[in-house]
Design a protein around this ligand. Structure first.
Ligand code: ATP
Length: 236
């Protein structure tokens, strides 16, 4: 059983077909990257998985269940958690309050505090800024809060939309290190990235999306060495 299985997915915005006949599967424990140029349909794919955008047709199975009619607010409690592009943190709440929001659906209250401490060890910067309003943090720190909040919700499948967007290279490296750590601890991840090289280097498999269609799908190391990927996405 695939953790996530997408078959023949089509998504339209009015007359624009943003996703065409998309097929994708993610197995338990995998880290899978979806790469593609601006406007290829990557964000639309993630939004469709999490119910924010309704597909025109196709199958969406999560843990073998049809999720096309699942209400958006139910996904987090089912372990399907998205960190959106632009992060979606609560600017008027502190760092710790933001992290705590991630645990909103959890009942194991005693464990939550331990998990907040764990996130602070992953991101020592957040420990220093625990009481600071999240809206006053730098872009990289906000990304850390968004990821930390997602970790607090104990995801089974974590969808990350361009986590490196707009960040300095040193922060990008830290974010990718954390993605690897979270993956090694057992979270299955679908990573959407423009930073194709770094993303594929930490991934098991990758998909390439162009104009709404999947044009390549392979093991990450195969894609990293493919001349078409090299010239189009890796600056080679
Ligand atoms: P980027 O990396 O630039 O975010 P993307 O691969 O995530 O790109 P999408 O954001 O999914 O691409 O957009 C796919 C296509 O759908 C684009 O042509 C975009 O203009 C269009 N689109 C996205 N959102 C909407 C919307 N709400 N209404 C109309 N068209 C949209």
């Amino acid at each position: 059983m695939s953790l996530l299985k997408i078959e023949n997915l089509n998504v339209n915005y009015g007359g624009i077909q943003a996703v065409s006949d998309l097929n994708m599967h993610i197995e338990q424990g995998e880290l899978v990257t979806l790469i593609g140029a601006n406007g290829a349909g990557k964000t639309t794919t993630l939004k469709t998985i999490t119910g924010l955008v309704k597909p025109k047709s196709g199958t969406l199975l999560y843990q073998d269940q049809d999720i096309r009619k699942t209400e958006v607010h139910k996904f987090v409690s089912q372990g399907l958690v998205m960190v959106p592009e632009g992060r979606g943190i609560f600017p008027k709440l502190t760092v710790v309050e933001n992290l705590d929001m991630g645990a909103f659906y959890r009942k194991d209250k005693a464990q939550i505090q331990a998990d907040i401490e764990y996130v602070m060890t992953l991101f020592p910067r957040l420990k220093e800024r625990a009481k600071q309003l999240a809206g006053t943090l730098s872009g990289g720190e906000q990304q850390m809060v968004a990821m930390g909040r997602a970790i607090l919700s104990k995801p089974k499948l974590l969808l990350l939309d361009e986590p490196s967007m707009g960040l300095a290279p040193i922060i990008v490296q830290q974010i990718f290190d954390i993605i690897q750590t979270v993956h090694k601890e057992g979270v299955t991840i679908l990573l959407v990235e423009q930073n194709a090289k770094l993303a594929l280097q930490i991934s098991n498999r990758g998909y390439v999306m162009e104009s709404g269609k999947i044009t390549m799908a392979d093991k990450a190391d195969v894609l990293l060495n493919d001349p078409r990927i090299l010239s189009a996405y890796l600056g080679g």
